[in-house]
Design a protein. Sequence first.
Length: 462
Amino acid sequence: MKDFDKSYIQQLEQLAQARDGDAILKAIADLHPADIAELIGDMDLDDALFIYQQLSDELAADVLVELDEDQRHDLLSKLSTEDIADALEQMDTDDAVDVIQELDEEDREEVIRHIDDVEQAGDIVDLLQYDEETAGGYMTTEMVVVNENLSMQQCISAMREQAGEVDEIYNVYVVDDDNRLKGIFPIKATITNPLAARISEVMEPDPIAVKADTPIDEVARDFEKYDLVAVPVVDSIGRLLGRITIDDIIDQVREQGEKDYKFASGIAGDIDTGDSVLTQVKARLPWLMVGLVGGILNALILDGGESNLLEVLPGMALFIPLIGGTGGNVGTQSSAIVVQGLANGSLDIHHSMRHIFKEVGIAMLNAAIIAGLVFLYTTFSPPDDDVVKAHVTALAVTISLFSVVIFASVFGSLVPIVLEKLKIDPAIATGPFVTVTNDIVGMIIYMAISTYLIRSLTNLVI
């Protein structure tokens, strides 16, 4: 993305307001579609619409693809179904599907009816049947395909005929007479093999491929594992359906990362800074309510009924933030590691207990170090003038902290694993849910251990 100075943006806005189309085209002539999308995305909708309508069909389609989803939705609401159809005809089918999915059912049907290219319209309808989060939902049908029985010379002719319809040619796919994927034809082979050779003799057989119903996060892991730039998509019997390219996977990884970050931050919806106040409140409030309930439960636990434990051992109050904060931090760390492992494939859900046992070992070591440091602190800096109360408090804090760290580690690891098995996004576990739960359990442990110790080691009545 270019860094546009303020004067340039103001000039473009003035030209849009003056409806000077020729001057606008001259001003943006050298810009990449992504830069044009960035510029009009921040403008008044009417001005953005005017600039968009000055663009050529091909450039307009590229800009529409590059726009942020919310900005694109707003712009689509101002365009006629014929204009949308014209833009879709210039796009790869996967991009066209992404755009058309933002329309309601009635508008979708009308836009598809206005697409002149019947084959492309059919491909779009077919792709709309796939789940958005699967390989089928991300694939495009534009690719270069040759039959395994062709000679090298025939293959080159076929490649030339198809190349004009494909933006980027990463691989040439080889199929049999039933359109089943048989291999990949290296473009380098066109200059290293005789023209009389059969494609089946020089192709790379058994290529890495994914099925149309493969979850897109698994596809992303394949791209990373095998250093792919494109992967073919096949149906259940191996027939070639389309391909997924690296740019689509980068978009998917970025979107998933943003989604997980929002979950971890306690945001329940897909929002950004440009959304309305009401939309942002709806996305943030649910987890804030969870935190509120957790805080009230903590208050009830600390209240202690008729005989308040904090009145007997006032020094305990100094360590309440330590117990709650440590438990929340440890739980978030543990759950974040598990979520990351599930996302990148380094943690096998079928062998999750191995990770839990490992986490227990890590937790015990961390707990011993943290609790030991706290014990030293409370020993040399007593939390109470009364020696007996000071020792009881120090012991209660040390044992409680040790227990809380172990519980938080195991709980933080277990929750995302359970959510994954229930087919729920495990990223939820890295957010306020684990923190609030560890807060509550931490206070219960702290109060229970303190009560037990003061009854066992002193004559104080609580």
